[in-house]
Design a protein around this ligand. Structure first.
Ligand SMILES: [Zn+2]
Length: 497
């Protein structure tokens, strides 16, 4: 165990708070030092520090290195046998859908669209958006995801939007509300006066704990490009646009071309999935400095296209990771890193084997996907000066991976590989966000999980009632296409002469 204690180093002698601090409350309002960890800084030179300390003062990281002298009264967490790394960043998640966690595990993208966009998404009331967001936000910080973009595309009214923002403000994490509304065209909701009022009222600027984006897609459409009006609102408000781009047969090169021709491709633009695109579109993204948000489990399982890791690297396009939606998957970025690395390698091997060749050296390494899960997200969100790496002066978004009860934490030889292929969210011991301890010793601090459980339960009951038992069951269990078993040439009947 690693009970927090006041630091025993000589510089702290004379503290009136010496001795073991028995509860997480004792961590509040004091400097905090992680002692004796393997530290993945994710700084520009990707330094890895062994047996090192990380000191947090106020909301910022103040020092890194071995045997740090710390101020009197500093709380201490023994990180021996653990890995300290920057908080992870999820750049695209439809948090409201967490209220129906796992419901669509067997869906394709088509079934998702029919259920959410055409049939049942409109049933979600403001309190249902709130419930999904609250649970989702708590799930994120529990998993060591310190910043999450809420790709909130069911904000049918301003009351829905208020509910989404309320939930994000209630949980001590870093969030970005990406405002969208699948029930209306973006050139309609974005120009409504109440939308502008909402943004001005709740997002006055200068708050790096709750940012703002606009979220809408550009499907192949009329050449008069009606989405132009929404992009103009984003430009007027000076907020980034996040858009599902390169989703097989849904959003195509057409959308990228129109955005480019009208000057709406910006360094702050985020292209979610970016899978089914031509070389020409990747050139346009690279030339304008935007980045891609890869949701590998989603691309693989729902059918947006193959996760385009090798194409993005070929074009020098920035990459961040995301989990898309808990209606299929989860908020677990360990899973995202693992799936992304595996997908890249699987494709490389499969294509080589088709040429009768053997891959002897992998191009994509664990270190790179850890970078995508941390600093890549910060860069995509324009938060690189705030979070994404452990460097003095940055805000303290810090995760300790440590689990003394797990055989998987021994030995730690290749820390990047350990994070990607060995660790899991159950190994997240401590999470600090903006200098505040929000999880300690595997337990959440300052989040009301009981409340989230209660309100999500109410939402599930309500939605079940709206659908009725048949639609509820059919929605969760789509028909299975028939599988034809091949004729087998080796089948015979043995007869004795
Ligand atoms: Zn999505």
């Amino acid at each position: 165990m690693s009970e927090p204690t006041s630091s025993g180093s000589p510089s702290t002698s004379g503290s009136d708070r010496e001795g073991p601090a028995a509860t997480p409350a004792d961590l509040a309002g004091r400097p905090l030092v992680f002692r004796n960890a393997t530290v993945l800084t994710m700084d520009a030179s990707r330094r890895v520090l062994n047996e090192a300390d990380v000191l947090i003062s106020g909301d910022r990281i103040s020092a890194l290195g071995p045997h740090l002298d710390v101020p009197v009264g500093t709380a201490e967490i023994d990180a021996t046998g653990g890995i300290v790394m920057p908080g992870m960043i999820d750049t695209h998640r439809h948090m409201w859908q967490t209220a129906l966690r796992g419901y669509g595990a067997d869906w394709t993208l088509t079934q998702y669209f029919v259920w959410n966009y055409l049939q049942w998404g409109k049933c979600f009331r403001p309190q249902d958006i709130y419930a999904g967001n609250l649970l989702s936000a708590i799930e994120a910080i529990d998993a060591g995801v310190t910043t999450t973009v809420d790709w909130s595309h069911n904000l049918q009214t301003i009351d829905h939007a208020e509910a989404a923002a309320d939930a994000l403000e209630e949980v001590p994490g870093r969030f970005v509300l990406a405002y969208g509304n699948i029930q209306q065209a973006p050139w309609e909701w974005s120009v409504a006066p109440e939308f502008g009022d909402f943004v001005a009222r709740r997002f006055p600027g200068g708050n790096d704990m709750l940012g703002f984006q606009m979220a809408f897609d550009v499907p192949p459409a009329s050449p008069d490009f009606p989405e132009k009006a929404a992009f103009e609102v984003a430009r007027e408000l000076n907020v980034p646009v996040t858009t599902h781009a390169g989703v097989w047969k849904v959003t195509t090169d057409d959308g990228i071309r129109l955005m480019y021709q009208h000057g709406f491709m910006q360094p702050s633009s985020i292209y979610v999935h970016a899978a089914s695109l031509s070389t020409d579109s990747y050139h346009r993204i690279a030339a304008t400095g935007g980045s891609a948000s890869l949701s590998t489990e989603s691309e693989q399982s729902a059918g947006q296209g193959y996760p385009p890791t090798w194409k993005l690297r070929e074009h020098g396009i920035g990459v961040s990771l995301s989990m898309d939606t808990s209606v299929w998957w989860s908020a677990d970025l360990f899973s995202a890193m693992r799936a992304t690395l595996s997908a890249d390698r699987a494709r490389e091997h499969l294509e080589a084997h088709a040429r009768d060749e053997t891959v002897t050296h992998h191009k994509l390494r664990a270190e790179q996907v850890v970078q995508w899960a941390t600093r890549g997200g910060a860069m995509a969100l324009g938060l690189d000066s705030v979070t994404g790496s452990l460097e003095p002066g940055k805000k303290a978004d810090v995760v300790l991976i440590k689990n003394d009860a797990s055989p998987v934490m021994v030995p730690i030889l290749n820390p990047y590989g350990h994070v990607v292929f060995q660790a899991q969210r159950g190994d997240v011991h401590t999470v600090v966000i903006n200098g505040t301890v929000v999880k300690y010793d595997h337990r959440l601090v300052g989040s009301d999980l009981d409340k989230a459980r209660r309100v999500v339960g109410q939402t599930v009951e309500y939605l079940k009632g709206q659908l009725g038992p048949d639609a509820w069951h059919e929605g969760m269990h789509p028909e299975i296409p028939e599988t034809r078993v091949l004729d087998n040439p080796y089948t015979y009947t043995y007869t004795e002469d």
